[in-house]
Design a protein around this ligand. Structure first.
Ligand code: CMP
Length: 229
């Protein structure tokens, strides 16, 4: 991407919007671009953190993994989102693994450049804190659902979240985001693939939804909401 295009991309995003045109150009000149294919690992949990990542296009899933290779998705990040800040700020290893969910293009800033930007731009630490707070709130909600909801309740909740993100129609077709596999869907709902399949079939038998390829047609959102227990 040209320096001008990259500077314009930085200007659009909330993190760097307060920088002057000159600072944005400088930032675009020092940032490194990298591309990743679907399923490629950007970094592993436990790696030493070297850079801040900003997503230009595509989706990155942030996961933690069990010793036997099962993954739990902590979050999905999209164009304009940044990640990799935690280990740069606290100097500890990466707190989670980052994997490309589809074709992903990122720009990377070295730790030194990131720290210099934080020092020189007093509003930037606050913006990062706001994002960290949003992520903490989301994670708290997720922990709440893992702690208190049944597996069907968690699956219903994920479907309702996707439906709400897509549209406000009461009777909605929900596209499973990013051609996500059943395993990834199950991981977001904090359940196994087998349980997910069984619960979706039960919901279908009850007339709450129809399963289609990469799509789930929700028929009765109000009744699905009753399953969130
Ligand atoms: P870092 O620890 O450097 O590397 C992993 C990154 O994943 C971390 O920085 C954050 O940017 C990001 N991350 C960690 N936990 C979450 C979460 N719960 N939701 C979204 N992003 C996260």
């Amino acid at each position: 991407m040209s320096t001008e295009k990259l500077a314009a991309f930085f200007k659009e995003g909330s993190l760097f919007s307060n920088l002057s045109a000159e600072e944005l150009t400088q930032l675009a000149q020092i940032a490194r671009e990298r591309r990743f294919d679907r399923n490629q690992i950007l970094f592993y949990e436990g790696d030493l953190g070297g850079s801040l990542y900003i997503i230009v296009s595509g989706t990155v899933k942030i996961v933690i993994m069990s010793d036997d290779g099962r993954e739990h998705i902590l979050g999905l990040l999209h164009s304009g989102d940044f990640f990799g800040e935690i280990s740069l700020i606290d100097g500890e290893p990466r707190s989670a693994t980052a994997i490309a969910l589809d074709k992903v293009s990122v720009v990377m800033l070295s730790r030194d450049d990131f720290v210099r930007l934080l020092r020189e731009n007093p509003e930037m630490p606050l913006k990062i804190m706001v994002t960290l707070c949003e992520r903490l709130r989301k994670t708290d909600k997720h922990v709440e659902s893992l702690a208190f909801l049944s597996a069907p309740g968690r699956i219903a909740q994920v479907l309702l979240n996707w439906a709400e993100a897509e549209n406000q129609q009461p009777d909605a077709e929900v596209t499973i985001p990013h051609k996500m596999t059943r395993q990834e869907f199950a991981s977001i709902a904090g359940t196994s693939r087998e349980t997910l399949t069984r619960v979706l079939m039960d919901f279908q038998d009850e007339g709450l939804l129809t399963l289609e390829k990469n799509k789930i047609h929700l028929h009765q959102r109000a009744r699905l909401r009753e399953k969130v227990v």
